[in-house]
Design a protein around this ligand. Structure first.
Ligand SMILES: Cc1cc2nc3c(=O)[nH]c(=O)nc-3n(C[C@H](O)[C@H](O)[C@H](O)COP(=O)(O)OP(=O)(O)OC[C@H]3O[C@@H](n4cnc5c(N)ncnc54)[C@H](O)[C@@H]3O)c2cc1C
Length: 455
């Protein structure tokens, strides 16, 4: 430990190092707080690429594991510390280095908060689409680490589609540039894409070139109430089948609606079994909403309420963004699934989840990025009750098994972390895992980067 601190201090200012165990302990966890985490030896908050390189050279020389962190809003334990590790928090590297309206790119450091970037590019008439519900807190480095999605993905796609190039500090401290800042580019293997979703296991992202779009018109939303989740899912299928391009298509079940009302007094309709939120940022959103409203009614919607204006639409979005924090208040703990299925199987996924909740005698609230087929069944349980905790984990696993059975994936956007490690092997199979391990060891032969995650 002394040798580690001495070497780190040689290349870092004093304020970049935290050694007080009470403070370092607070960096042990991301927001999947029930996942195991170790005790960090030290937390480092670098401000420059050179400082990150110094940390990685030190870690390699002394064989010390390194856990990169952004804002620690992750939901799979992917940023959890391991015993004796260096926690490398990138939050102080938070400069927007360039915004180019001509090239339609932004160049940023990894600690820039998602909403800060969105607002900065918005002032120039541009748009950075990926918008996780945690956008006011989470960082671009963390978004790249988890390949995060969000509310607008149904129209604009996920983080991977917006990362054009990266600057990465490798495990041994070398600097790697991947990708491009051009509109096109196919030179060599696509290492940029490989880093997106790699959960800090291949290198430390210290700079990112991100694609921007022209800012679309402000979106208008509607809320539709359904007598069952199956009816709401039928509406989702009709909307997509007819070729509509909503900028948001989200679902909240009854448990979620009630939790949001209880936490934030949003006045959502509590008698509904499922609430569908749909928005358009097209030239004539009112016409698109009217057409979608008819499709909802054809699927059995009992009430279709278009928002009066942009402000009311924003309130509906706010309600959806509150879903996870609200469900967290239902019991003392939650496990948040992230299963994504082909959207044609969404109804089966949600019905199957209800059956699993009944089988295990648990409350499982479901909110979903319905237009993507990406469900977030939230298992609510009392973590002080061993039997309920066991049932919670069992139901969490059955939900992933159901997702795979329906042709889906165990994680649409939250990542594997420590929470779904055994399930990654099931999804990828033996050959897939073997190749992924080979890639990991090509980048990180000593296994120092975020050990114990993914595999
Ligand atoms: C209320 C709430 C709502 C959420 N909604 C969504 C949502 O809609 N969509 C969604 O996708 N996610 C959502 N999330 C999950 C979470 O916010 C995202 O996974 C987010 O991308 C994590 O960013 P972060 O900065 O907190 O990263 P962290 O949690 O700190 O880290 C995430 C991963 O990235 C790695 N990492 C971080 N920085 C770097 C770096 N510079 N270089 C290399 N690796 C790095 C870490 O090691 C870790 O593996 C939500 C979370 C909460 C709490």
């Amino acid at each position: 430990m002394d040798a580690l601190l001495e070497r780190l201090r040689a290349g870092l200012p004093a304020e970049a190092l935290i050694t007080d165990p009470d403070v370092t302990a607070s960096y042990a966890h991301d927001m999947a707080s029930f996942c195991d985490a170790g005790t960090p030896a030290v937390v480092v908050l670098p401000r420059s690429v050179e400082e990150v390189q110094h940390v990685m050279r030190t870690a390699t020389a002394l064989r010390v594991p390194v856990v990169p962190q952004g804002a620690r809003t992750g939901l799979s334990g992917a940023a959890n510390a391991s015993d004796g590790c260096i926690v490398l928090s990138l939050v102080k590297m938070d400069r927007i280095l360039e915004i180019s309206p001509v090239d339609r790119i932004a160049v940023v450091e990894p600690g820039v908060v998602n909403a800060t970037l969105s607002r900065a590019v918005g002032e120039l008439g541009l748009y950075y689409p990926p918008d996780p519900s945690s956008w006011e807190m989470c960082t671009i480095g963390g978004n790249i680490g988890t390949a995060s999605g969000g509310l607008c993905c149904v129209k604009y796609g996920v983080t991977a589609e917006y990362v054009l190039g990266l600057e990465v500090v490798l495990a041994d401290g070398r600097l790697l540039n991947t990708g491009r800042r051009t509109a096109k580019g196919v030179a060599g293997y696509d290492l940029t894409r490989l880093f997106v979703g790699s959960e800090g296991s291949l290198g430390i992202v210290v700079k990112a070139v991100l694609a921007l779009r022209p800012r679309p018109p402000q979106q208008l939303a509607l809320a539709a109430e359904f007598p069952s989740a199956a009816a709401a899912c039928d509406a989702v299928c009709r909307i997509m089948e007819r070729g509509h391009t909503p900028s948001l298509l989200e679902l909240m079940d009854r448990t979620t609606v009630r939790a949001v009302n209880a936490m934030a007094s949003m006045g959502l309709p509590e008698s509904t079994e499922a609430l569908l939120l749909c928005a358009f940022d097209t030239p004539d959103p009112a016409a698109d909403l009217a057409a979608v409203g008819e499709l909802c009614k054809a699927s059995g919607a009992t009430e279709v309420v278009p928002a009066d204006d942009v402000a009311e639409s924003e309130l509906l979005l706010q309600a959806r963004r509150s879903a996870l924090p609200a469900l967290e208040t239902v019991k003392s703990a939650t496990m948040i699934d992230d299963v994504c299925v082909p959207r044609s199987r969404l109804g089966a996924m949600i019905e199957g989840t209800a059956a699993i909740a009944e089988k295990f005698g648990l409350t499982i609230g479901v909110c979903a990025h319905a237009g993507d087929g990406n469900t977030h069944p939230v298992v609510c349980f009392d973590h002080t009750d061993p039997d309920e905790s066991r049932r919670a984990r069992a139901s969490f696993d059955e939900i992933m098994a159901l997702g795979l059975e329906l042709g889906g994936t165990i994680t649409g956007e939250h990542g594997v972390g420590v929470l779904k490690k055994e399930w990654l092997a099931r999804e990828l199979g033996e050959v897939g895992i073997e190749l992924q391990r080979g890639i990991k060891s090509a980048f990180d032969p000593l296994g120092l980067l975020n050990p114990g995650k993914l595999f």
